[in-house]
Design a protein around this ligand. Structure first.
Ligand code: GTP
Ligand code: MG
Length: 197
């Protein structure tokens, strides 16, 4: 897989021309968006990662195999962010998600270690009411024991079913252990095949 950084954009208008199908990774700060992108394309430093939340601040485009874009978005929910910075994030990201013509899928990343958080549930709900198609990606599977995975997922599903008719499609991943790579790539390949500009 060939992957290269294209550009960082402050707003949708500055993004690359919307000529190729595009997939955006989004979720709380520190959930592992940038790490997962690097794992998928097998290039360690392509998307910048950090132990400090808030590393990714702009809309970052990566061109994959000259045929599609992966997008690394800034995370939400970082406690130390000011109200005005949060409002700016909201405006930038929500406008991007609603206006980006070639956006062919959104991946909402969720740390498998945590109980369902209002901020993630609210964000997915917002995607739903705005008819932005998304799938869920549970991250950091290597950080919990195997026996905890099923109960965690069941609990998440139960919570989702309070608002949703069915559990959205989801993937189980670990950037550390390269878990879920095949499944995600196969899924994106399928979406690419069905993409019509
Ligand atoms: P922001 O850009 O700040 O929103 O964060 P992000 O969601 O891009 O997270 P990032 O990929 O920078 O990862 C945050 C931290 O979690 C880093 O220290 C990563 O090494 C770690 N991390 C990410 N994915 C995994 C994983 O699957 N397993 C483990 N053990 N650590 C991970
Ligand atoms: Mg990041």
């Amino acid at each position: 897989m060939k992957a290269s950084f294209v550009k960082s954009s402050k707003q949708t208008q500055d993004c690359p021309k919307p000529t190729l199908p595009e997939y955006a990774f989004i979720g709380r700060s520190n959930v592992g968006k940038s790490s997962l992108i690097n794992m998928l394309v097998a290039q360690k430093g392509l998307a910048k990662t950090s132990q400090t939340p808030g590393k990714t601040q702009l809309i970052n485009h990566f061109l994959i195999d000259e045929t599609w874009y992966l997008v690394d978005l800034p995370g939400y929910g970082y406690a130390k962010v000011s109200k005005s910075a949060r409002a700016k994030w909201d405006k930038m990201i929500r406008a991007y998600l609603l206006d980006r013509a070639n956006l062919n899928g959104v991946f909402v990343l969720i740390d498998i270690r945590h109980k369902p958080q209002a901020i993630d549930l609210d964000f997915m709900y917002w995607l739903g009411i705005n008819q932005v198609p998304f799938v869920m990606v549970f991250t950091k599977l290597d950080k919990i024991s195997k026996s905890q995975i099923k109960p965690s997922l069941q609990h998440y599903e139960q919570t989702m079913l309070e608002k949703w008719e069915e559990m959205p499609k989801y993937f189980l991943t670990s950037a550390e252990k390269h878990t879920g790579k095949e499944a995600l790539i196969t899924f994106i390949d399928t979406l690419n095949k069905h993409y019509h500009a």
